[in-house]
Design a protein around this ligand. Structure first.
Ligand SMILES: [Zn+2]
Length: 529
């Protein structure tokens, strides 16, 4: 066992990684050359859900004492990820059955670290992404505790949503790895069920829904890296020791299968990376297909309503003296709602430094323009978007983004970054850079400065200039007349017509609403330094 410190967290402490390596090789490059798998276990992203912290310590101790470390798997453990939250002790999870005290969900900046993987607001995120991109695990596990309905299971499981996961990996996880984990856990006395997210609130009888972990989540981010990912969710109302031992058993089973299938898993990861390097079209958002469901056996407790001691009104309760087994519907088919074809390359102006920083952290291969260069390429104008009225995780998220692709010549500067889309991390590149991505940098407000207009005109002055423009440019006059014929609101508004002329004049602000990352769609020779 060797401990490594990475970066720092928002509370000023380094993030410690525990590495368990039977061959005592602790160099990630050599480990890859030896065709061993790396399994990364993360704990305490939500410190109020601490089973994984305890279970990992027990697990590491037992493997070291009993000399049972696997031959083909190097196990990396982040004992406590949200150190800042873990130091903030209390009883903030009021519905949870122990332990006696535990940490708080938010970190020192009150961020939920399990929403921070794309926007990277916390230093914790930089440290963990450095670990992921240094050790390049094939499998990732994030240990949690659930909320929600009551039922008989101690542990529920989220796996990377299969329709969002790389199809080569999805084939293996859905047909081999996941069924085997369910089977083994049942033998251990901890029968599992997929995470119970109700189709209708806390009522599992109405069916459960597969969890969609978009890239803001740990396992959504690792899915972009073609890392097979699981989240354990132990049930909050079960005794703490059982929750810890269930987590322990899950890790033991995951390691055992990884040990057996290490060569296969390594090969599948490589194939998935190659497939993504050549992939042309990428999903940017997904939605549940409510017409598709299969069935699943569910062991719950009868629920009913009784009179509330607080309000005197009816309240929900689960009757643990009435367990039942039912067949319920399991909705777990997602379809892509928006897709984008990748360009040959993206050009990112160096002004957008945080993106360059995040791309470097993720080992994205980038070139830099050798000289100032005017390029004919495709730019997006942001046509429309909605913005949340209140902040979420420190941001006013944009959704329903519409883009108008426009071919134009744009000048870029020496040192601007070129990102070719022939990389294993294409999903991360495209899903963050395409503004319509559910967790794109645009959605997370990285580009809000382009949404404000810098210059304008005084109507009484511009009226004369615009009249002159229309007289000298019959084509512009025709364009205006055509638009007026199509759009009665334009025809009836003097100011809208004046603005139309402005927008189509040489005075208009070309960078207003123009998404600054360029898309090179045609073969273009670039001089890079
Ligand atoms: Zn959690």
């Amino acid at each position: 066992m060797k401990l490594f410190n990475y970066g720092t967290t928002d509370v000023g402490l380094p993030l410690t990684l525990i590495v368990l390596s039977r061959a005592q090789v602790f160099d990630p490059a050599i480990i890859k050359k030896q065709n061993k798998c790396v399994l990364l276990i993360n704990n305490g992203i939500h410190p109020g859900e601490p089973e994984g912290i305890d279970a990992s310590m027990l697990f590491a101790r037992d493997m070291l004492k009993k000399h049972t470390l696997p031959k083909n798997v190097v196990i990396c453990i982040v004992a406590v990820y949200n150190i800042d939250g873990c130091l903030n002790r209390g009883l903030s999870r009021v519905n949870q059955n122990g332990p006696a005290s535990y940490g708080f969900r938010g970190n020192y900046r009150n961020l939920d670290l399990n929403r921070d993987f794309i926007k990277g607001d916390s230093r914790n995120t930089y440290a963990l992404e450095q670990i992921i991109n240094t050790w390049k695990p094939e499998i990732f596990l994030d240990n949690h505790t659930s909320d929600g309905a009551d039922y008989q299971y101690v542990m529920t499981l989220i796996e990377t949503q299969k329709d969002k996961q790389n199809p080569i990996l999805a084939e293996y996880t859905s047909k081999t790895l996941s069924p085997e984990l369910y089977r083994r856990m049942k033998l251990n006395g901890y029968e599992m069920i997929p995470y119970v997210e109700g189709m209708r609130g806390d009522d599992p009888d109405a069916g459960i829904v597969g969890y969609l972990e978009t890239p803001r989540y740990a396992t959504g981010y690792t899915a972009q890296h073609n890392i097979i990912s699981y989240i354990t969710e132990t049930h909050m109302l079960k005794p703490f020791d059982k929750r810890v031992y269930a987590t322990y058993d899950f890790m033991q089973n995951l390691v055992a299968i990884n040990e057996r299938d290490a060569k296969l898993i390594g090969r599948l990861k490589q194939e998935a990376d190659e497939q993504v390097s050549g992939q042309k079209t990428f999903a940017l958002n997904w939605e549940l297909d409510r017409t598709k469901a299969d069935t699943i056996t569910f062991k719950g407790y009868a629920s009913g309503y009784k009179t509330s001691g607080v309000s005197g009104l009816p309240r929900l309760f689960y009757d643990r003296s009435k367990p039942y087994t039912k067949i319920i519907k399991n909705y777990n088919t997602y379809k892509a709602t928006i897709t984008a074809d990748k360009p040959q390359a993206y050009i990112i102006p160096q002004a957008w430094g945080k993106i360059i920083e995040l791309f470097k952290l993720n080992n994205i291969v980038m070139g830099r323009l050798a000289h100032d260069t005017t390029l004919n390429l495709q730019m997006y104008y942001i046509g429309d978007y909605k913005t949340a009225p209140r902040p979420y995780e420190g941001h006013y998220l944009h959704t329903d983004v519409q883009v108008n692709p426009t071919d134009m010549a744009v000048k870029f500067y020496a040192g601007d970054y070129v990102v070719y889309t022939n990389q294993a991390l294409n999903r991360y590149i495209v899903e963050t850079l395409e503004p319509q991505g559910v967790d794109s940098f645009f959605a997370w407000n990285f580009f809000d400065s382009i949404l404000g207009q810098k210059e304008g005109y005084s109507a009484y002055v511009f009226e004369d200039v615009a009249t002159d423009l229309l007289t000298k440019d019959p084509e512009l006059r025709k364009k205006l007349d055509d638009e007026k014929a199509k759009d009665p609101r334009l025809a009836g508004s003097a100011s809208a017509q004046l603005n139309f002329v402005y927008r189509n004049s040489p005075y208009s602000e070309k960078t207003y609403l123009r998404y600054p990352v360029g898309r090179i769609v045609a073969p273009t020779k670039l001089d890079l330094k």
